[in-house]
Design a protein around this ligand. Structure first.
Ligand code: B12
Ligand code: SF4
Ligand code: SF4
Length: 333
């Protein structure tokens, strides 16, 4: 109830004790599946093993979920080849700020003065604890899925030095479904033991958001028109078929499918102004232009030749190389 008043549709409690899934995480890192995401593999990897490394006095983790779904098209429903695809989660304000504000309110309402707020960036296995707190199960696409709310929600946590009765994890409801595995254009959802995991080194979301430097040439075709993130494995999930929409105006779309040619023409200053306070700023200016060059190459429209020629002369050698790659594709020969 309190969590709802602070803007969270989902809430539950897990014990602040060592992560039962820590071994899964270690295996994932050891297999190299984190790619170049150093914040997952450096000394912070071990911090994830116990939430008390973040707040020594923590006894409970209040896990919250905040919906960001809006009644706008899914990837496959939007076919304008001239436009870039930005992932649904990045259409509105940066969720880190939105969730942090809600969690600060929640701490105040709970009357706790000693606490730790985590939203995405802290070394905490967020999906593991959210599952234990009853918010959902971990689907084959590795997203946390709630039976009523689907998976279009962000996670946040409040670590508190209070004993609160924990919730219980729900059953796994993926059953025999394999839609996400079959729909992923880059085959990034790979078998792991009896289940599945995500190999970030094959995932469009990783390439377009996290990876600095060049994207391996053999992976570029699978990226299609995506310039920031990817939603395909959630678009196809049956549990998202009737997912509720957010009522928070912070997530009202302001960056839905912008024209690729306009994106290619952004200066660093206009990029910064356009994406200030948006998750897209994480890609950084030249990383975003690199993504735009890949998307233009994959779309192969004749009107992209001139903007690609301009990008091929970019001062940034990675952007220039990706634009040259695009111009070398059969569509431009
Ligand atoms: C690194 C990262 C990424 C990487 C790697 C993703 C990945 N699957 O690992 C990349 C850049 C690819 C990525 C993409 C996205 N991300 Co991300 N990401 C993270 C981050 C920072 C760490 C995730 C991590 O530790 N990965 C390592 C692997 C091993 O962990 P894992 O897959 O979560 O698995 C753990 C548990 O889930 C559990 N587990 C896994 N499988 C199973 C199965 C069973 C049966 C059981 C019991 C347990 C279990 O064990 C593992 C070890 O703890 C978290 C925030 C955080 N601090 O946790 C956000 C987070 C997972 N991302 C989020 C989002 C929204 C996205 C995107 C949707 C963004 C987009 N549209 O592009 C995509 C979704 C792609 C996908 N299918 O996962 C949300 C997910 C919300 C949700 N409902 O699940 C998070 C929680 C951020 C947040 N605070 O809201 N992300
Ligand atoms: S986010 Fe896209 S590329 Fe990554 S696993 Fe899902 S469908 Fe595949
Ligand atoms: S698409 Fe099917 S297999 Fe994939 S996460 Fe959703 S229910 Fe599970």
């Amino acid at each position: 109830m309190l969590a709802r008043e602070c803007g969270f549709e989902l809430a539950g409690v897990a014990r602040a004790e060592p992560a039962a899934d820590a071994a899964r995480y270690r295996e994932w890192v050891e297999a190299g599946r984190a790619g170049d995401m150093r914040y997952l593999t450096d000394r912070r990897a071990a911090v994830r093993e116990d939430p008390r490394n973040l707040l020594a006095s923590a006894l409970s983790i209040v896990c919250v979920g905040k919906l960001y779904q809006t009644p706008w098209p899914h990837t496959a429903q939007f076919n304008d080849e001239e436009c870039a695809w930005i992932s649904r989660y990045a259409w509105g304000d940066d969720y880190h700020d939105v969730l942090r504000r809600g969690l600060e309110q929640l701490a105040a309402r709970m009357g706790v003065t000693e606490y730790k707020i985590c939203v995405d960036t802290a070394p905490l296995l967020e999906r593991s604890y959210a599952r234990l707190a009853g918010l959902g199960w971990i689907g084959k696409n590795t997203c946390l899925i709630n039976q009523q709310s689907g998976s279009w929600f962000f996670l946040g946590e409040l670590l508190v030095p209070m004993e609160i009765a924990p919730d219980a994890p729900p059953p796994d409801r993926c059953g025999t479904c394999r839609r996400c595995i079959e729909a992923c254009p880059t085959e990034a959802i790979v078998p792991h033991g009896a289940g599945y995991t995500l190999d970030a080194r094959l995932c469009t979301s990783y390439f377009t958001i996290e990876q600095r430097g060049p994207v391996p040439a053999h992976m570029r075709a699978g990226i299609g028109g995506h310039v920031f993130g990817c939603d395909i494995c959630q678009d196809v999930c049956p549990w998202n078929g009737r997912a509720p929409v957010t009522e928070d105006p912070a997530f009202t779309p302001r960056h839905f499918a912008p024209p690729l040619a306009e994106m290619a023409a952004l200066t660093e200053a206009t990029f910064r102004a356009m994406f200030r306070g948006s998750p897209v700023s994480r890609a950084r200016y030249f990383g975003f232009l690199r993504n735009v060059a890949i998307a233009m190459g994959n779309r192969g429209l004749p009107q992209f030749r001139a903007p690609l020629e301009k990008l091929a002369a970019s001062e940034d050698r990675v952007v220039a190389e990706h634009a040259r790659w695009a111009l070398g594709l059969p569509a431009f020969q």
